[in-house]
Design a protein around this ligand. Structure first.
Ligand SMILES: *Cc1c(COP(=O)(O)O)cnc(C)c1O
Length: 822
């Protein structure tokens, strides 16, 4: 791996003082010749762009060396297909990975610019909804850090996830506009442009290879961004596709005065990469969504097949040189598209094409919620992608035949790629499963539930296919950069090589009961909380005390994530404080943030309720210093980076069996927050690592939830058996928190009374008790900081580098080096 370390030093090969001078002149050159600005006239955004362009040059050196090396050696490459990449800002992390933070800070300072200041005006690239998209972004960085050659493929949406405002306690959505001032990180690649067909017809039957003549064709144009890994050793490429019309303007129509018709084709084509669907849990039942999925999948497959063919002259050895990872089912059409390319364009026979396809593709499942499992009407797929529908039928017929021959009594209806019960729909998870050599879940519990529930029949047919790779997060962004205070302390204790080998963090565990260490930790946490308190004051107009317990739930708003359970319990606590105002209640600040899908009425109602409760609680003098509730608007990666280092308590309270893994839970634990959570997703594995004494677990298990769903208990009975709950529900339903509109939450509460699907009522008492255990733990600082140290010290395993190592070894079969090994 010596050639790799050469590249690493290439990024930082000059002396510190030289480096500052050099950076200064690079920044000034960019300002002058790329932006056309004189320093005296430069605005903050000009300095930012000049800084990014200067940094980008260094990233490019690494990037080109990586690309050259992987071409020269013909190494196997990973192609990571994801409809979402939740990137956030890039400058600070790129500088850190390049080892350029110090010199860049000094260079900017000598030019009269505060680097941290201008970093905050970089747009937060939100090409994703939540965890699934953030996972893809963490993995691109982790692959760059561990020397796994990779391309990430996605869509370059003009508009990412909407911006959330809160007005009168309600969510309002404004369009996001990250590209409005151009994106200095990206490169347009005109030569990487592919035709994407829709509609048209194919011969009804005949040989395996057919000619498909699409009715409509759009162009996919590539935009590339380098993603630099730790120490600038390697870089991966994020390749995002933009849709362009074949004929942007119809002069004919224009000359006849039809101004709208003249650009109709253009509008229809470009709509494909216009907006991210603001929903990560239910398939948008819309044709445009399917067009997006096929658009980026086809462009990516054409691109990688083309590159492979150019380099190796044949597709026979595709599985030896390419690993295609499907991040959830959105790119499932890759199975049919790769078959089409192999059959129709490269003239393989069916058996060989299938062998290559299956040996190249693998699939990550992210949800078992029935309403979130993607299916598409056969009629729609047939109209939009007639050739692919034919191929899917072909795959299905051969697959079911083979099963029938092997086990005559198999349940073919549940194995079929076509669901015949709901008006004939294509099951995208089945397509991905059957087309892949390996299928993985994202936590131990989730992978086991896959085998028992949705994929039980498929698992019986392919008992070796399902494996588990528990999710991970990049410790560079989520610990080292987001929490510089804690990072410095950890480097003090564990050594400067901590960032090279996050496993060294284990040594911190020896200080779990060291009082002096507790004080240093408390001071760091306090600074982080002060930083957050400022933002809370600014955005919510609420003053909070950094001495209070910061109790944080930040994530997409969803019934299964149970923000409702949290706010109802908050009301019970509020009532309890008012009933006994002289007890020594530990002061708490309840922090919420998260977006609700624009069409998800219940989730929006929950946001409204949180804000309404906040208005009442924050203005009540009896509870003034004991309880505050805040809802920070516009949750995104940058806000998460600010909030997580300031959290004392991490709320991970999903209904057991419903959160596939979670990654927010890992970010908090690594930063030393204590988790209050259910036995769900990766919470279980966090508990195993930090120890049962250092996590607060409550509630039903996944098995108990399963049983309770089959034999539901009447809500009225549960409410009667749960102290405090009746009063809380009556108050909410009766308008105590919405005096201007008494019925505002009548439906929300009625929903719970009718059907407690998410076990909010069932888990209420257990959660309430767990919160009282938290009160007691918080009252004992030595105990609390012991737990905090244990969490930080034992969560290195949740590094994305470990996860990528597992994918590399067990699924992709590509070489992988720990960041330290180069
Ligand atoms: C980590 C992260 C998520 C995922 O959070 P969960 O708590 O696992 O749902 C979502 N959004 C952002 C911005 C994140 O950084």
């Amino acid at each position: 791996m010596n050639d790799l370390s050469d590249k690493r030093t290439a990024a930082v090969h000059f002396e510190p003082d030289d480096q500052v001078d050099r950076l200064k002149s690079e920044i000034l050159r960019k300002l002058t010749y790329s932006l056309g600005k004189a320093p005296a006239a430069a605005q903050a955004h000009d300095w930012l762009t000049a800084g990014i362009l200067a940094t980008r040059d260094h990233a490019i050196d690494v990037w080109q060396a990586s690309t050259r090396e992987s071409y020269a050696t013909g190494r196997k490459r990973v192609y990571y297909l994801s409809l979402e990449f939740l990137i956030g800002r890039s400058l600070a992390d790129t500088l850190n990975n390049l080892g350029m933070t110090e010199p860049m800070t000094r260079a900017m300072r000598e030019l009269g610019v505060d680097l941290p200041d201008i970093e905050t005006i970089e747009p937060d690239a939100a090409l994703g909804n939540g965890g699934l998209g953030r996972l893809a972004a963490c993995y691109m960085e982790a692959m760059a850090s561990t020397g796994v050659p990779a391309l990430g493929y996605g869509i370059r949406y003009d508009h990412g996830l909407f911006k959330q405002g809160i007005e009168n306690g309600r969510q309002i959505e404004r369009p996001e506009d990250w590209l409005s001032f151009r994106n200095p990180w990206e490169f347009e690649r005109r030569e990487a442009s592919y035709r994407i067909g829709f509609g048209g017809s194919v011969p009804a039957s005949g040989p395996d290879q057919v000619i498909w003549t699409p009715e409509e064709t759009v162009f996919a144009v590539a935009y590339d961004t380098p993603v630099v890994g730790w120490r600038g050793r390697d870089s991966t490429t994020l390749r995002l596709w933009r849709a362009r019309a074949m004929h942007p303007l119809s002069l004919d129509a224009f000359n006849k005065g039809d101004l709208v018709g003249a650009v109709a084709e253009r509008n229809r084509a470009e709509a494909i990469s216009n907006v991210l669907y603001p929903n990560d849990s239910t398939p948008a039942g819309q044709e445009l969504r399917l067009r997006q999925e096929f658009f980026f999948t086809s462009a990516s497959l054409q691109d990688l097949v083309h590159r492979h063919h150019r380099q190796f002259g044949s597709l026979e050895n595709l599985p030896e040189k390419a690993a295609i990872q499907l991040n959830d089912t959105h790119p499932s059409l890759a199975v049919a598209e790769l078959m089409r390319l192999l059959l129709d364009e490269h003239k393989f026979n069916w058996e060989k094409a299938w062998e290559i396809t299956n040996a190249t593709i693998s699939y990550t499942n992210h949800t078992l919620l029935p309403e979130a499992l993607e299916t598409w009407p056969v009629a729609l797929v047939e109209r939009l992608l007639p050739r692919h529908m034919q191929i899917i039928f072909g795959i299905n017929a051969r697959f079911l035949d083979a099963v029938r021959r092997r086990s005559p009594d198999a349940d073919l209806a549940s194995l079929s790629l076509i669901d015949e019960h709901h008006g004939r729909r294509v099951r995208m998870a089945h397509l991905a499963f059957v087309g892949s050599h390996t299928v993985n879940g994202v936590s131990a519990l989730h992978s086991n539930l896959m085998k028992e529930t949705v994929f039980a029949q498929l698992h019986r047919t392919f008992p070796e296919r399902i494996t588990n790779v528990t999710n991970g997060i990049t410790p560079r962004r989520w610990l080292l950069n987001a929490n510089p205070g804690l990072s410095r302390l950890l480097q003090d204790i564990c050594g400067d090589r901590l960032a090279d080998d996050i496993g060294l963090i284990r040594q911190f565990g020896a200080h779990a009961d060291d009082g002096a260490m507790h004080e240093r930790l408390a001071a760091i946490r306090r600074d982080n909380k002060l930083r957050l308190a400022k933002i809370i004051k600014q955005d919510c107009g609420v003053v909070v005390d950094p001495q209070a317990l910061f109790d944080v739930q930040i994530k997409r708003i969803h019934e299964y994530k149970r923000q409702l359970l949290n706010i109802l319990e908050t009301i019970a606590l509020y009532n309890a404080i008012r009933a006994e105002p002289y007890r020594d209640w530990p002061p708490r600040v309840k922090v919420f943030a998260g977006k609700a899908a624009s069409n998800y009425t219940t989730a929006k109602s929950i946001i409204n309720l949180i804000n309404d409760v906040a208005a009442v609680v924050n203005n009540d003098i009896t509870t003034r210093d004991r309880l505050k509730v805040v809802f920070l608007p516009n949750y995104n990666v940058s806000l998460a980076e600010l909030i997580i280092p300031a959290a004392d308590l991490s709320e991970q309270i999903s209904t057991a069996g419903m959160e596939a893994s979670g990654t927010g839970n890992m970010k908090f634990a690594l930063n030393g927050a204590v988790t209050i959570g259910t036995l769900d997703g990766a919470n279980i594995e966090i508990g195993e690592r930090v120890g049962a004494d250092n996590i607060v677990i409550f509630g039903m298990t996944a098995d108990e939830v399963e049983i309770a769903k089959r034999n539901p208990r009447p809500s009225a009975e549960i409410i009667r058996a749960t102290p405090h709950l009746e009063g809380v529900l009556d108050a909410v339903a009766g308008g105590a928190y919405s005096p201007g509109e008494r019925d505002r939450y009548a439906d929300l509460v009625e929903g719970l009374r009718l059907n407690d699907w998410f076990m909010v009522l069932r888990d209420f008492e257990s959660y309430h008790q767990a919160q009282r255990r938290v009160d007691a733990l918080w009252a004992d600082p030595a105990r609390w900081w012991h737990m905090s140290v244990a969490n930080t010290a034992h969560c290195a395993w949740f590094s994305a580098d470990r996860a990528i190592g597992e994918y590399a070894e067990r699924i992709w079969h590509v070489p992988f080096g720990q960041p330290t090994q180069a």
